[in-house]
Design a protein around this ligand. Structure first.
Ligand code: A3P
Length: 289
């Protein structure tokens, strides 16, 4: 069996089954759902932890009561032996915490009519690509690439999970002024997490208790999330025993790691493609801080 396949022009892992993709046409969205939408490896987990902490008013025991990848239901992933996520999600009490990487044309249709609150996190294409490349090379459920170059070529062709990085980021950037959408950049979280936490709290209308902002920022720092078993998942199946021992979901958490992978000509090609694909848009990303 192949490890992934293309459906509707987008490469999906087998775990994103045809059943899941079809179910998104009729999936019942609730107005009080809380959605985190991202291109894979753009900062989903980070934003989800920020939202958990804010929802619980900075009570970290409550926020981290269960492991993050169960707290936020991942709508794209069927787990062997379990009901598919859309069935499980239908049984969850409100407010539901949901996450997805599905591209706009395969997204749950009802998000456009029910208008739940959606936080979209965008990350610069180069770091995003490097992070997803590592994920592929480490996880059993994802295909391995022969080399970075091999993966890079697929990424710029939009032939990776999530589809085209350019299309997805442009789509959500164009919706950034919708009342129910907050567009956040990973690089802004790195630069000033406190401001982003404040922005997210205002978006949801969840005030931050006095003195808690600094604690939330500290709790959601890379080092703290790396030490936290509820956020640095150990439950993912990795490719080999040796990578199993070294695999860290919290890998580097940096802006600029792309420089260790991209050749000059690959970097220039992404810049050129960006100019073409994002023409007319004022969306920009930072590639170093
Ligand atoms: P790297 O592979 O570059 O380290 P997602 O949650 O969407 O899968 O994204 C994972 C990426 O976000 C990983 O990037 C991970 O290290 C990074 N990340 C997670 N929490 C972070 C934090 N608190 N600070 C900075 N980066 C974080």
């Amino acid at each position: 069996m192949e490890i992934d396949r293309v459906v509707g022009g987008v490469r999906h892992p087998w775990a994103t089954s045809d059943e899941i993709l079809e179910a998104m046409n009729t999936f019942e969205v609730r107005q009080d759902d809380i959605w985190v939408i991202t291109f894979p490896k753009a900062g989903t987990t980070w934003m989800s932890e920020v939202i958990s902490c804010l929802y619980h008013g900075g009570d970290f025991d409550k926020a981290d009561e269960i492991v993050l990848n169960q707290r936020f239901m991942f709508l794209d992933l069927a787990r062997p032996g379990a009901d598919p996520p859309h069935i499980l999600a239908a049984k969850r009490p409100s407010p539901r915490f949901l996450k997805t990487h599905l591209p706009s044309h395969q997204m749950a249709k009802e998000i456009n009519t029910k208008k739940p609150k959606i936080v979209y996190v965008g990350r610069n294409a180069k770091d995003n690509a490097v992070s997803l490349f590592h994920f592929h090379q480490s996880l059993k459920a994802l295909r391995s690439y022969d080399s970075w170059e091999d993966y890079y070529n697929a990424f710029i062709d939009g032939d990776v999970h999530g589809g085209s990085w350019f299309d997805m980021n442009l789509y959500w950037w164009n919706r950034r002024n919708d009342d129910n959408v907050l567009f956040v950049k990973y690089e802004d979280m790195k630069k000033d997490l406190g401001s982003v936490v404040t922005q997210v709290s205002e978006f949801f209308g969840w005030p931050i208790p006095d003195g808690k902002l600094e604690e939330i920022v500290q709790h959601c720092s890379f080092s703290s999330m790396k030490e936290n078993p509820k956020t640095n998942y150990k439950v993912l199946s990795t490719k080999s025993v040796s990578s199993n021992s070294s695999f860290q979901f919290m890998r580097k958490g940096e802006v600029g790691d792309w420089k260790n992978y991209f050749t000059v000509s690959q970097s220039e090609a992404v810049d050129k493609l960006y100019d073409t694909k994002m023409k007319g848009s004022d969306l920009t990303f930072e590639y170093e801080l």
